[in-house]
Design a protein around this ligand. Structure first.
Ligand code: DAT
Ligand code: MG
Length: 155
């Protein structure tokens, strides 16, 4: 597995319901490294840019309004194959269809609304780099570090 980065964001419902700590703990336990973290009140233009591929969808306006409705928590996580493993940990888009054990499956079915699905995770390496550049204002907002345990955890 390649060491790579992904963009993870706790959406307003996840923040309001108090799941920031639980979600960070799941990524830490998996052995991923936290390279960037901030709370953020999203301006409309950033949400529109983030979801640009969905701009023709009927739910686009509601989605953008929702993402801007309260603080989000923006994160960059690094790890072997983390783009795919994070998507697996996050679960299916609709929380009613996400498997138990996934973040959306465990935390997301509270409202039975597909948009209120707690968390975002990049769907490819290209999306990850685009989203990191969009949500973080350059490399000075990220820290390049390696946990001291790393030599004990790699072949
Ligand atoms: P994902 O977040 O699993 O990558 P996506 O990229 O297809 O899913 O869609 C982005 C977000 O848009 C998704 O998390 C919730 C919202 N969304 C997707 N499909 C929707 C629908 N049919 N109705 C309302 N919101 C939807
Ligand atoms: Mg997506």
């Amino acid at each position: 597995f390649e060491t790579e980065r992904t963009y993870i964001m706790i959406k307003p419902d996840g923040v309001q319901r108090g799941y920031v700590g639980e979600i960070i703990a799941r990524f830490e336990r998996k052995g991923n490294v936290l390279k960037g973290l901030k709370t953020f009140q999203c301006p409309k233009a950033v949400a529109e840019e983030h979801y640009q591929d969905l701009s023709e969808k009927p739910f686009f306006g509601d989605l953008v309004e929702y993402i801007c409705s309260g603080p989000v928590v923006c994160m960059v996580w690094e790890g072997p194959g983390v783009v795919k493993s994070a998507r697996k940990m996050i679960g299916a888009t609709n929380p009613l269809e996400s498997e138990p054990g996934t973040i959306r499956g465990d935390l997301g079915a509270f409202y039975a609304l597909v948009g209120r699905n707690v968390i975002h995770g990049s769907d490819s390496n290209e999306s990850a780099e685009r989203e990191i550049a969009l949500w973080f204002g350059g490399d000075d907002e990220l820290v390049d570090w390696t946990p001291t345990i790393t030599p004990w955890t790699r072949e």
